[in-house]
Design a protein around this ligand. Structure first.
Ligand code: TRP
Length: 354
């Protein structure tokens, strides 16, 4: 029996889901992808694929329109994210790579979940508060409802595991709450799994190169605060060399000494994530050395890892037929999984059967 922290009053759910383990994650087609997206999402996805996980990875265009998007640009942005997924090593045969709006069942399940979700649960969502700011009366209803659609993305495939960044923890908690509530309300124990986040690991928190306490972000006005996946080698090297450190001396010798040095900790974390090492291993090699040694090494590593991906992205985008074929195949595979599940849901809810 598990207790759901969003609902401390004590709604409990017997974990009886016995279906296959399956991963789902999504990336929004807004803005350029950066190193944080690569290490926190794309690289994680390809690592999971390499470990043999069944995975569905979608470009979430339905989520993108919670803020107005230029209709002329949206499909192009969607294709860019798909290109990044493919270029990072997601394989359209091994994994399912698709566009959210190509599978209508996401929207249908989101509506049903709207009627299961309580207002109070959504009112607790900190991401809505952050994104709506002082303007919460004027933002779209879709922005408020965003996490319910995310729950539908996951549960329309009965996905059990969700690789995401730390900022999505609360949305996953909500997803479990919705699943448990649905199972209970419709007397269908174990119908939906209660999905777990895969959050830990190197790259979980890549911070701004200019402020080690702020996440690396597409919306940061300071271009030097992030490394974009489409940056060329010279730009990557320059941004790393210009990244902020502090006045506390050379590279520390131990992980404990990273405490209170957020910018240095971030650079060490980036190196570790790119190299597939621990922070300890990085400090064993670079502890006591100056940033004049460490930063160029980090720049070389970043360029070596990212430039093949950048080049492959460019190649794919130059002749997007390959991307479009992959997305068509992905849509077919995703629909084939989602269709029987939405049919089951319709029966469970009691909808008219034609
Ligand atoms: N909200 C997620 C983010 O901003 C994107 C997303 C949408 C997602 N649907 C999802 C992530 C389903 C995981 C699973 O990062």
């Amino acid at each position: 029996v598990r207790q759901n922290p969003l609902n401390p009053a004590g709604m409990t759910e017997q974990v009886t889901y016995t279906g296959p383990q399956r991963i789902l994650s999504g990336i929004q087609p807004t803005g350029n992808l950066h190193l944080g997206n690569y290490l926190g999402a794309l690289k994680k996805f390809t690592d999971l694929q390499a470990k043999g996980w069944e995975g569905l990875y979608c470009v979430v265009d339905l989520h993108a329109i919670t803020f107005p998007q230029d209709p002329e640009a949206l499909a192009g942005q969607t294709r860019q994210i798909a290109a990044a997924m493919l270029a990072s090593g997601l394989d359209p045969d091994e994994s399912t790579i698709f566009v959210q709006s190509s599978v209508r069942a996401h929207s249908e399940l989101a509506w049903i979940f709207n009627c299961v979700t309580r207002m109070g649960w959504l009112e607790k969502m900190t991401q809505f508060k952050d994104k709506s700011g002082k303007d919460s009366e004027r933002v779209s209803v879709g922005l408020f409802d965003y996490p319910v659609l995310q729950a539908a993305d996951i549960l329309i495939y009965k996905a059990t595991h969700v690789p995401v960044g730390e900022d999505q923890k609360q949305h996953l908690e909500l997803t479990r709450n919705i699943a448990a509530r649905f199972n209970q309300q419709f007397n269908a124990p174990g119908f939906f799994p209660l999905p777990e986040g895969l959050i830990e690991g190197p790259g979980a928190r890549i911070m701004s190169l200019k402020d080690g306490t702020k996440k690396m972000s597409k919306s940061d006005p300071a271009e030097n605060s992030r490394i974009n996946l489409i940056d060329d080698a010279a730009t990557i090297a320059r941004k790393i060399k210009k990244s902020k450190t502090d006045t506390l001396g050379d590279m520390p010798e131990t992980v404990e000494q990273l405490d209170g040095r957020p910018e240095v900790a971030n650079l060490v974390g980036i190196y570790a994530a790119l190299a597939g090492q621990s922070d300890e291993q990085v400090l064993t090699e670079y502890g006591g050395k100056g940033f004049g040694t460490f930063k160029p090494a980090l720049a070389d590593l970043a360029v070596a890892q990212l430039s093949p991906i950048t080049q492959e992205m460019r190649r794919l985008l130059d002749d997007p037929a390959e991307i479009d074929v992959a997305l068509a195949k992905g849509a077919e595979k995703a629909n084939a999984l989602a269709e029987p599940i939405i049919e089951e849901v319709r029966r469970v809810v009691g909808f008219w059967q034609v």
